[in-house]
Design a protein around this ligand. Structure first.
Ligand code: ADP
Length: 245
Protein backbone atom coordinates (compact mmCIF):
# COMPACT_ATOMS: atom_id res chain seq x y z
CA UNK A 1 0.00 0.00 0.00
CA UNK A 2 1.13 3.55 -0.77
CA UNK A 3 2.23 5.88 1.96
CA UNK A 4 -0.31 8.48 3.04
CA UNK A 5 0.69 12.04 2.22
CA UNK A 6 -2.26 13.56 4.10
CA UNK A 7 -4.07 12.21 7.15
CA UNK A 8 -6.92 14.04 8.78
CA UNK A 9 -8.36 12.63 11.99
CA UNK A 10 -11.45 13.69 13.88
CA UNK A 11 -11.22 17.21 12.52
CA UNK A 12 -13.73 19.70 13.91
CA UNK A 13 -13.70 23.40 13.04
CA UNK A 14 -16.20 25.58 14.92
CA UNK A 15 -17.11 29.18 14.12
CA UNK A 16 -18.85 30.64 17.18
CA UNK A 17 -20.15 27.19 18.09
CA UNK A 18 -21.24 26.29 14.53
CA UNK A 19 -19.37 23.24 13.27
CA UNK A 20 -18.29 23.91 9.68
CA UNK A 21 -16.32 20.63 9.91
CA UNK A 22 -17.59 17.97 12.26
CA UNK A 23 -15.40 15.03 13.26
CA UNK A 24 -14.06 14.64 9.72
CA UNK A 25 -11.74 11.77 8.81
CA UNK A 26 -9.96 11.85 5.46
CA UNK A 27 -6.76 10.50 4.00
CA UNK A 28 -4.95 10.76 0.70
CA UNK A 29 -2.30 8.40 -0.59
CA UNK A 30 0.87 9.74 -2.16
CA UNK A 31 0.27 10.21 -5.87
CA UNK A 32 -3.51 10.06 -5.61
CA UNK A 33 -5.91 12.48 -7.33
CA UNK A 34 -9.09 12.89 -5.27
CA UNK A 35 -12.12 15.00 -6.06
CA UNK A 36 -14.14 16.35 -3.13
CA UNK A 37 -17.76 17.24 -3.85
CA UNK A 38 -20.65 18.32 -1.65
CA UNK A 39 -23.53 20.78 -1.62
CA UNK A 40 -23.03 24.47 -0.76
CA UNK A 41 -22.12 24.92 2.87
CA UNK A 42 -20.84 21.32 3.18
CA UNK A 43 -17.48 22.57 4.47
CA UNK A 44 -15.29 22.19 1.35
CA UNK A 45 -13.63 25.62 1.59
CA UNK A 46 -13.08 25.24 5.33
CA UNK A 47 -11.51 21.83 4.60
CA UNK A 48 -8.93 23.43 2.26
CA UNK A 49 -8.48 26.40 4.62
CA UNK A 50 -7.60 24.02 7.46
CA UNK A 51 -5.07 22.07 5.38
CA UNK A 52 -3.30 25.29 4.34
CA UNK A 53 -3.26 26.75 7.85
CA UNK A 54 -5.63 29.64 7.11
CA UNK A 55 -7.99 28.16 9.71
CA UNK A 56 -6.90 26.22 12.81
CA UNK A 57 -8.64 23.01 13.90
CA UNK A 58 -10.87 23.34 16.95
CA UNK A 59 -10.27 19.64 17.53
CA UNK A 60 -8.47 16.86 15.68
CA UNK A 61 -5.31 16.71 13.62
CA UNK A 62 -4.07 17.35 10.09
CA UNK A 63 -0.84 15.54 9.21
CA UNK A 64 1.12 16.16 6.02
CA UNK A 65 4.00 13.80 5.22
CA UNK A 66 3.75 12.66 8.84
CA UNK A 67 4.02 16.17 10.31
CA UNK A 68 1.27 17.62 12.47
CA UNK A 69 0.34 21.00 10.93
CA UNK A 70 -1.14 22.43 14.13
CA UNK A 71 -0.10 26.03 14.88
CA UNK A 72 1.97 26.31 11.71
CA UNK A 73 1.62 29.50 9.67
CA UNK A 74 0.32 29.44 6.08
CA UNK A 75 3.68 30.31 4.53
CA UNK A 76 5.38 27.57 6.57
CA UNK A 77 2.85 24.99 5.37
CA UNK A 78 3.32 26.19 1.78
CA UNK A 79 7.06 25.67 2.21
CA UNK A 80 6.49 22.13 3.46
CA UNK A 81 5.05 21.39 0.01
CA UNK A 82 1.36 22.30 -0.17
CA UNK A 83 0.25 24.58 -3.03
CA UNK A 84 -3.24 26.01 -3.33
CA UNK A 85 -5.02 27.21 -6.42
CA UNK A 86 -7.93 29.52 -5.65
CA UNK A 87 -11.06 29.67 -7.77
CA UNK A 88 -10.23 32.91 -9.60
CA UNK A 89 -6.87 33.03 -11.37
CA UNK A 90 -4.22 35.13 -9.62
CA UNK A 91 -1.77 35.91 -12.38
CA UNK A 92 0.09 39.15 -13.14
CA UNK A 93 -1.99 40.57 -16.00
CA UNK A 94 0.61 43.07 -17.22
CA UNK A 95 3.38 40.49 -17.42
CA UNK A 96 3.81 37.94 -20.19
CA UNK A 97 3.08 34.26 -19.72
CA UNK A 98 6.83 33.55 -19.59
CA UNK A 99 7.47 36.31 -17.03
CA UNK A 100 4.66 35.00 -14.82
CA UNK A 101 6.25 31.54 -14.82
CA UNK A 102 9.76 32.92 -14.30
CA UNK A 103 8.49 34.86 -11.32
CA UNK A 104 6.81 31.80 -9.86
CA UNK A 105 10.07 29.81 -10.23
CA UNK A 106 11.97 32.56 -8.36
CA UNK A 107 9.31 33.60 -5.85
CA UNK A 108 11.75 33.66 -2.95
CA UNK A 109 13.93 36.25 -4.77
CA UNK A 110 11.09 38.77 -5.16
CA UNK A 111 9.43 40.45 -8.13
CA UNK A 112 12.01 43.10 -9.06
CA UNK A 113 15.11 40.97 -8.66
CA UNK A 114 13.50 38.42 -10.98
CA UNK A 115 12.16 40.79 -13.64
CA UNK A 116 15.33 42.88 -13.99
CA UNK A 117 17.80 40.06 -14.19
CA UNK A 118 18.63 37.92 -17.20
CA UNK A 119 17.04 34.48 -16.79
CA UNK A 120 19.63 31.74 -16.26
CA UNK A 121 19.84 28.73 -18.58
CA UNK A 122 18.26 26.65 -15.79
CA UNK A 123 15.37 29.11 -15.44
CA UNK A 124 14.73 29.01 -19.18
CA UNK A 125 14.65 25.21 -19.21
CA UNK A 126 12.26 25.12 -16.25
CA UNK A 127 9.96 27.70 -17.82
CA UNK A 128 10.06 25.85 -21.17
CA UNK A 129 9.06 22.61 -19.41
CA UNK A 130 6.22 24.33 -17.58
CA UNK A 131 4.96 26.00 -20.78
CA UNK A 132 4.87 22.60 -22.46
CA UNK A 133 3.00 21.05 -19.52
CA UNK A 134 0.32 23.74 -19.44
CA UNK A 135 0.07 23.90 -23.24
CA UNK A 136 0.97 27.60 -23.54
CA UNK A 137 4.32 27.43 -25.38
CA UNK A 138 3.05 29.48 -28.37
CA UNK A 139 1.80 32.18 -25.97
CA UNK A 140 5.02 32.68 -23.99
CA UNK A 141 5.38 36.35 -24.99
CA UNK A 142 1.71 37.27 -24.70
CA UNK A 143 0.55 39.45 -21.80
CA UNK A 144 -1.48 37.36 -19.37
CA UNK A 145 -4.32 39.89 -19.70
CA UNK A 146 -4.86 38.67 -23.27
CA UNK A 147 -5.33 35.01 -22.32
CA UNK A 148 -8.75 33.36 -22.19
CA UNK A 149 -10.13 32.48 -18.75
CA UNK A 150 -9.18 28.83 -19.25
CA UNK A 151 -5.64 29.73 -20.30
CA UNK A 152 -5.28 31.92 -17.20
CA UNK A 153 -6.37 28.97 -15.07
CA UNK A 154 -3.74 26.78 -16.73
CA UNK A 155 -1.10 29.49 -16.31
CA UNK A 156 -1.85 29.76 -12.61
CA UNK A 157 -1.67 25.99 -12.22
CA UNK A 158 1.74 26.19 -13.93
CA UNK A 159 2.81 28.91 -11.49
CA UNK A 160 1.79 26.69 -8.62
CA UNK A 161 3.70 23.72 -10.01
CA UNK A 162 6.77 25.98 -10.46
CA UNK A 163 7.09 26.02 -6.70
CA UNK A 164 7.45 22.21 -6.64
CA UNK A 165 4.65 21.32 -4.23
CA UNK A 166 4.01 17.65 -3.36
CA UNK A 167 0.31 18.27 -2.76
CA UNK A 168 -1.82 20.51 -4.97
CA UNK A 169 -5.16 21.82 -3.68
CA UNK A 170 -7.32 23.04 -6.52
CA UNK A 171 -10.58 24.88 -5.87
CA UNK A 172 -13.22 24.75 -8.64
CA UNK A 173 -10.81 25.10 -11.58
CA UNK A 174 -13.43 24.92 -14.35
CA UNK A 175 -16.15 27.26 -13.07
CA UNK A 176 -17.17 29.48 -16.00
CA UNK A 177 -15.05 27.64 -18.60
CA UNK A 178 -16.18 26.44 -22.05
CA UNK A 179 -16.37 22.68 -22.64
CA UNK A 180 -13.09 22.73 -24.56
CA UNK A 181 -11.27 24.71 -21.86
CA UNK A 182 -12.73 22.40 -19.21
CA UNK A 183 -11.31 19.39 -21.02
CA UNK A 184 -7.90 21.10 -21.33
CA UNK A 185 -7.78 21.80 -17.59
CA UNK A 186 -8.87 18.21 -16.91
CA UNK A 187 -6.10 16.83 -19.11
CA UNK A 188 -3.58 19.09 -17.39
CA UNK A 189 -4.62 17.86 -13.93
CA UNK A 190 -4.44 14.24 -15.11
CA UNK A 191 -0.91 14.86 -16.45
CA UNK A 192 0.13 16.51 -13.17
CA UNK A 193 -1.36 13.61 -11.21
CA UNK A 194 1.45 11.42 -12.55
CA UNK A 195 3.92 13.27 -10.32
CA UNK A 196 1.80 15.03 -7.66
CA UNK A 197 -0.85 14.27 -5.07
CA UNK A 198 -3.91 16.38 -5.86
CA UNK A 199 -7.21 17.31 -4.20
CA UNK A 200 -9.76 19.03 -6.44
CA UNK A 201 -12.96 20.62 -5.17
CA UNK A 202 -15.53 20.69 -7.94
CA UNK A 203 -19.23 21.10 -8.74
CA UNK A 204 -19.19 20.25 -12.45
CA UNK A 205 -20.10 16.55 -12.50
CA UNK A 206 -19.06 16.00 -16.13
CA UNK A 207 -15.62 17.28 -15.18
CA UNK A 208 -15.52 15.15 -12.03
CA UNK A 209 -16.27 12.14 -14.21
CA UNK A 210 -13.41 13.11 -16.59
CA UNK A 211 -10.72 13.28 -13.91
CA UNK A 212 -11.81 11.37 -10.83
CA UNK A 213 -10.71 7.91 -9.86
CA UNK A 214 -12.00 8.35 -6.35
CA UNK A 215 -14.54 10.86 -5.02
CA UNK A 216 -15.24 11.98 -1.44
CA UNK A 217 -18.60 13.51 -0.61
CA UNK A 218 -18.78 16.07 2.19
CA UNK A 219 -22.06 16.87 3.89
CA UNK A 220 -22.59 19.06 6.94
CA UNK A 221 -18.89 19.02 7.73
CA UNK A 222 -18.49 15.23 7.69
CA UNK A 223 -17.57 12.62 5.14
CA UNK A 224 -20.80 11.18 3.77
CA UNK A 225 -19.25 8.56 1.50
CA UNK A 226 -16.27 7.76 -0.72
CA UNK A 227 -15.87 5.69 -3.84
CA UNK A 228 -15.70 5.74 -7.61
CA UNK A 229 -17.94 8.24 -9.41
CA UNK A 230 -20.42 5.45 -10.21
CA UNK A 231 -20.50 4.24 -6.60
CA UNK A 232 -20.99 7.75 -5.26
CA UNK A 233 -23.68 8.71 -7.80
CA UNK A 234 -25.69 5.62 -6.98
CA UNK A 235 -25.35 5.96 -3.21
CA UNK A 236 -28.79 6.57 -1.69
CA UNK A 237 -27.41 9.00 0.91
CA UNK A 238 -25.79 11.13 -1.81
CA UNK A 239 -29.01 11.20 -3.83
CA UNK A 240 -30.91 12.29 -0.71
CA UNK A 241 -28.44 15.08 0.03
CA UNK A 242 -28.39 16.44 -3.53
CA UNK A 243 -32.03 15.98 -4.41
CA UNK A 244 -33.55 16.32 -0.95
CA UNK A 245 -35.52 13.12 -1.47
P1 ADP B 1 -18.57 25.06 1.09
O1 ADP B 1 -17.22 25.51 0.62
O2 ADP B 1 -18.76 23.58 1.00
O3 ADP B 1 -19.69 25.80 0.45
P2 ADP B 1 -17.78 26.37 3.57
O4 ADP B 1 -16.59 25.66 4.10
O5 ADP B 1 -17.58 27.67 2.88
O6 ADP B 1 -18.65 25.38 2.66
O7 ADP B 1 -18.78 26.65 4.78
C1 ADP B 1 -19.29 25.64 5.65
C2 ADP B 1 -20.21 26.29 6.65
O8 ADP B 1 -19.44 27.06 7.56
C3 ADP B 1 -21.22 27.26 6.02
O9 ADP B 1 -22.45 27.11 6.71
C4 ADP B 1 -20.60 28.61 6.27
O10 ADP B 1 -21.60 29.61 6.41
C5 ADP B 1 -19.86 28.40 7.59
N1 ADP B 1 -18.64 29.24 7.68
C6 ADP B 1 -17.56 29.16 6.87
N2 ADP B 1 -16.63 30.07 7.25
C7 ADP B 1 -17.15 30.74 8.32
C8 ADP B 1 -16.67 31.81 9.17
N3 ADP B 1 -15.45 32.35 8.99
N4 ADP B 1 -17.49 32.24 10.16
C9 ADP B 1 -18.70 31.68 10.34
N5 ADP B 1 -19.20 30.66 9.60
C10 ADP B 1 -18.45 30.21 8.60
Amino acid sequence: MNERILEIENLTVSFDGFKALNDLNFSLETGELRVVIGPNGAGKTTFLDTITGKVQPTEGTVRFKGRNLRDRKEHEIARLGIGRKFQTPRVYLNLTVGENLDLACNRQKGVFQTLFKKPTHGDRLTVAGLLETIGLTPKVDLKAALLSHGEKQRLEIGMLVAQSPDLLLVDEPVAGLTDEETENVGNLLLALAESHSIIVIEHDMEFVRQIARRVSVLHQGSLLCEGTMDEVQNDRRVIEVYLGQ
